[in-house]
Design a protein around this ligand. Structure first.
Ligand SMILES: NC(=O)C1=CN([C@@H]2O[C@H](COP(=O)(O)OP(=O)(O)OC[C@H]3O[C@@H](n4cnc5c(N)ncnc54)[C@H](OP(=O)(O)O)[C@@H]3O)[C@@H](O)[C@H]2O)C=CC1
Ligand SMILES: CCCCCC(=O)/C=C/[C@@H]1[C@@H](C/C=C\CCCC(=O)O)[C@@H](O)C[C@H]1O
Length: 290
């Protein structure tokens, strides 16, 4: 009989801890014989490895909607895509492509019950043009996060000559947020990211007006040059010093879309992590929505 295998969580990185291989283990276990009534057997195809999973390595994530991983238990991510191998549920047939919040059995089969909290959804592959990872990116939670952030929190109106700055701009959320900001009507879209190649990707392929490499350039000076009328909308993926610098150049009544704070995920801080007092004061003085 073939065996299944999965990733388990072995130890927390601790305060100020950088995640390492030995935080995780790999365990083999028996492969389920066949699905019981109402169950399907799914082969994992793709798993989303998200920055917020780092917060699940801590004892307390700081937010109610993201639960910490338990020591010795299987690692589960936010979303995964798989293929039905056997089905004892009339709603699914072998070969169906499905998505759900997924555990991490590695290139293996697993058995899952239909759960109210975490439904298994059939993916309409005709919409995907052969790219089965799209439900994990632009057509999934990532795309929705960027869309709702820009639409609901950005305060963007066409014709208002607004400047949008995006940090983590070449990443999954940031790259979509910048493009949506442009479509919503921002006059200028500036991305901040960590390499020359990523800067070129933003300006040459995604239509950003400019990009700043925070690893080699002075972000404060470049922002002042690229955003001469100040910043009206900031899609914040990173927090930390970069965000302090952007917020210092934001206009009165402007909007920070607080998407994530990846720069501080290795620090043992509650979410959202505290910001320096001078930045708090500026947010109040300038009536910045955050
Ligand atoms: N609110 C929500 O529901 C959601 C929030 N998020 C949050 O959005 C953010 C981005 O997520 P996502 O797009 O999926 O991530 P990606 O993994 O696609 O991109 C993350 C990028 O962040 C950059 N980065 C990493 N560390 C730092 C640092 N110290 N300073 C500056 N940049 C850094 C890196 O790019 P580079 O080379 O440019 O440094 C990295 O590639 C995260 O904070 C995440 O938690 C994501 C999804 C949903
Ligand atoms: C702990 C810090 C979270 C910071 C915000 C963030 O990065 C969110 C990430 C999302 C995530 C969260 C939404 C719902 C989780 C529900 C899962 C559960 O365990 O019940 C999701 O949208 C994808 C992430 O990257």
């Amino acid at each position: 009989m073939s065996t299944n295998a999965h990733v388990i969580f072995l130890k927390r990185p601790g305060a100020e801890g950088i995640p390492a291989d030995d935080n995780f283990g790999f365990e083999k276990f028996p492969y389920p014989a066949s699905p019981d009534t109402g169950e399907v057997l799914i082969k994992t195809l793709y798993l989303s490895v998200d920055p917020a999973l780092r917060c699940r390595m801590n004892e307390d994530t700081g937010v109610h909607y993201v639960t910490p991983w338990e020591i010795g238990k299987e690692v589960d991510g936010f979303m995964g895509v798989g293929q039905v191998v056997q089905s004892a549920d009339p709603g699914f047939s072998p070969g169906d492509i499905v998505e759900s919040q997924a555990g991490w059995p590695w290139v293996a089969f697993f058995k899952r019950k239909q759960e109210e909290q975490n439904p298994l959804r059939k993916v309409d592959t005709a919409l995907l043009g052969g790219n089965l990872t799209l439900p994990l990116t632009v057509l999934g939670l990532i795309g929705l996060t960027a869309y709702l952030g820009i639409k609901e929190k950005g305060g963007i109106s066409a014709g208002q000559n607004q400047t949008l700055v995006v940090s983590g701009a070449a990443g999954a959320c940031g790259s979509i947020a910048g493009q949506l900001g442009r479509l919503e009507g921002c006059a200028r879209v500036v991305g901040i990211c960590g390499s020359k190649e990523k800067c070129l990707f933003l300006t040459e392929e995604l239509g950003f007006d400019a990009a700043i490499n925070y690893k080699t350039e002075n972000v404060k000076e470049r922002l002042a040059t690229l955003c001469p009328e100040g910043v009206d909308v900031y899609f914040d993926n990173v927090g930390g010093e970069i965000s302090d610098t952007v917020i210092s150049q934001m206009n009165k009544n402007s909007n920070v879309i607080l998407c994530g704070q990846i720069a501080v995920y290795n620090k043992d801080l509650p979410y959202p992590p505290p910001i320096p007092e001078r930045i708090e004061n500026r947010i109040k003085e300038m009536s910045i929505n955050r």
